[in-house]
Design a protein around this ligand. Sequence first.
Ligand code: AGP
Length: 608
Amino acid sequence: MCGIIGYIGKENSIKHLIEGLRALEYRGYDSAGIAYFDENNSLHSVKAAGRLANVEAKLADKPVSHCGIGHTRWATHGAPSDVNSHPHGTASLRIVHNGIVENYASIREELTGLGYTFESDTDTEVAAKLLDYYYKEEKLTAHAAIERMTSRLVGSWALGILFADTPNVIWCARKGSPLIIGVGEDENFIASDITAILKRTRNYYQLDEGEIAKVTRDTVTVWQGEKTVEKPLLTADWDIEAAERGGFAHFMIKEINEEPSAIRTTLGCRIKNGLPDFASDAFDVGIFKKVTRVHIVACGTAMHAGLIAKGAFASLAKLPCEVEIASEFRYNDPLIGEGDLVIIISQSGETADSLAALRLSKEKGAATLAIVNVIGSSIAREADSVIYTMAGPEIAVASTKAYSVQTALMYLLVIGAAMTRGKLDADSARSKVTELYERAPEAVAEMIARENEIGSHCKWLAEAEDLFYIGRGADYHLACEGSLKLKEISYIHSEAYAAGELKHGTISLITEGVPVIALCTVPSLCEKMVSNIRETTARGAKALIICSHDAEIADDTASHIIRLPKIASELAFLPAVTVLQLIAYHTAAARGCDIDKPRNLAKSVTVE
Ligand code: AGP
């Protein structure tokens, strides 16, 4: 998704804009650009389709500047091209924009009638020219013009704005798309996320919905409507090393390697006397005695983490739990209200569909809980309660450590729910917590140590055109995540299937040499899984099995078998998902794919 950076201060802004944009590359982009004031206070734009290096090449004369804004674009309206890249503007102003202006066509028509012409196909240029109209033609102040312009827009925006006649000010505004203001020494920033400015500062203000801000080198003023607002200064507890590759070939493999410590950090502060304790989150597990149903709503990998939690709610806490895709949730007339608890799981805390699902759930009277990685993100702030995962920044588009900490944290939460509902005694709970906190991270680390062995299975997978993941119960949910991971970074078509459902149609696609990755970590389902695997190999499939250490599976059942380390079977999902992530990683690497920046994908999906 698009990225925004802005710098104003004593140093050369160009350096900080490029550094910031580079740090935001992980969000996904197809073009980039900057606008800056030069030493004579003239306003310039430099923009180009493709990689950031194309912008840098156009800056070869190394201009000196102390104020500028920059943008990485992920095309929505208009193809990736130099002219469609941001910033957009007029002689009087430049803007960079994240989000979508839904009513741009009618405003464009209106502005054309007023004599404006347009060079790009973007919705952003329409916003820029509307702002120009209020500023230059109606002669409103900068603040009033921004207020007026945004009041006309339908959609979502995070905006960075420079006015040609005020070279010492960056303006910004937010609705629907995240934007922060970084506070440094003798310098300030705007950014779409904290990773862009971590090298310079960890202190920031989070802009709230509808707010407009004026940022100078040493002041920040924020308005909500006519009134100025005092904002709390937040401090990110992430350091710059956490947001850098640190010697790893890709962020994805670095983040897989961080899983054991991320799980421990996330769980450690929520365990007291060997039992779950969410007092430091001000979350009362007593709510699980009152609610009649839990709904987990999320997207992509976070939704898959919810599926693992659903199984645990049923088996441990005996509490019905539905898992819903956030983009479908509000269009399916969800039957929720008082007595329901809606849990939104999100790494970024900014996913537009998940945020919309949260708002709808609150409207309908359900209690809401956010499981979120980014402190101060929209979902975290709007939910009734929040429990933060502590994975540190996740930069790779393919989510890995976030899933591990989400599932581990949800499992701890379910143990708490089971206890409070009288379904689990303290001793049993304590031994489950020990296995989760002590053994699970070790088991994950053991699989990471076997990276080479796992990678050696991927050469033949890399040649596949189509691939199937199968499993039953929790293993089917793992299969969904394994398949998603492979698709997004290797571009191999793959499907996750409930193993028992294959013969109801899909088995017709299993032909000679088709790879089938079979998950087999649930002991009670192992025998049935072996039958399902044999159904596929009998039709020529080449099977790779991932199973528990002692699964009774004969060596001739599959071409390859990866046995997990010893761990309680209900927690086998943790080392198993690490194997699936490593398979996706090494398969994509064998195909020469751009692993951290897969095509067409963005890290944080802040539009519907
Ligand atoms: C996973 O690898 C993804 N790239 C994607 O499915 C992601 O999990 C989804 O977009 C949800 O994001 P969130 O956790 O930030 O809400």
